[in-house]
Design a protein around this ligand. Structure first.
Ligand code: IMP
Ligand code: MG
Length: 219
């Protein structure tokens, strides 16, 4: 049974587009709806959803429009901080109608805990030089601010023309160091949140919305 369905899948992948069955006629190949995908499973670990997919997408489009206006005519490099910013940066740049380049850094400051260790390590550095370029650093969330403080200080030594911060979420209450965030998606309550890139122990990043994790999951 399984082999048959895999065979037919393989066959349909190698067929010219014009000869393929439509997804609805193909039965098992029909893509599940958003609702079907996100029923049960990961969602059961959430205490409550704080930002829906529609709210996030609407705000991301607003931010993209604003950033496009602000950076028009400038050589913009959008730098994503991995892994948390990956859905945000992917959605954001697709709402920005201007020529830009994208690069990524990966840092680690948390391990499997839910509070910052304050020790930041660069796991992956930029591929390109930022000297003389306008850099927009894109983060998932600013919590204590220690990760960004370290990144900003590090990037400033490379002499960019400008360096600004865009974060999807801002946990103002948790801040221990001063950070100037120019673009903020939403204020975030001082609780541990997951989804849309944000993880707990590497999980939940694939949820298309953001929610508060049940404390019993990490206690
Ligand atoms: P900070 O150094 O305390 O500002 O922490 C920044 C990083 O910690 C973010 O880039 C996130 O990866 C992670 N982080 C902070 N708060 C949360 C949260 O509520 N959920 C998931 N990750 C978080
Ligand atoms: Mg994280």
């Amino acid at each position: 049974m399984l082999a048959t369905s895999m065979d037919s899948q393989r066959q349909s992948q190698s067929q010219p587009l014009s000869q393929r069955q439509s997804p609805s006629a193909a039965g098992p190949l029909r893509a599940p709806s958003r609702e079907e995908t996100w029923r049960g499973g990961l969602v059961d670990d959430l205490e409550r959803v704080i930002l829906s997919e529609a709210q996030i997408q609407r705000r991301v489009a607003e931010l993209g429009r604003q950033i496009s206006e602000d950076y028009r005519g400038r050589d913009l490099l959008v730098v994503g901080v991995l892994c948390g910013s990956f859905p945000f940066i992917a959605d954001l740049v697709r709402t920005m109608n201007l020529p830009l380049a994208i690069d990524f850094m990966a840092v680690s400051s948390y391990g499997n805990r839910t509070t910052s260790s304050g020790v930041v390590r660069i796991l992956k550095d930029l591929n390109s030089s930022i000297a003389g370029r306008h850099v927009l650093l894109v983060e998932d969330i600013v919590d204590s601010g220690q990760t960004l403080r370290y990144l900003i200080d590090n990037l400033q030594t490379r002499r960019p023309a400008s360096l600004e911060i865009c974060t999807l979420l801002d946990k103002q209450e948790a801040r221990t160091v001063d950070i100037n965030t120019l673009y903020v998606g939403f204020e975030c309550p001082n609780e541990f949140v997951v989804g849309y890139g944000l993880d707990y122990a590497g999980r939940y990043r694939n949820l298309p919305y953001i929610g508060v994790l049940k404390p019993e999951i990490y206690q």
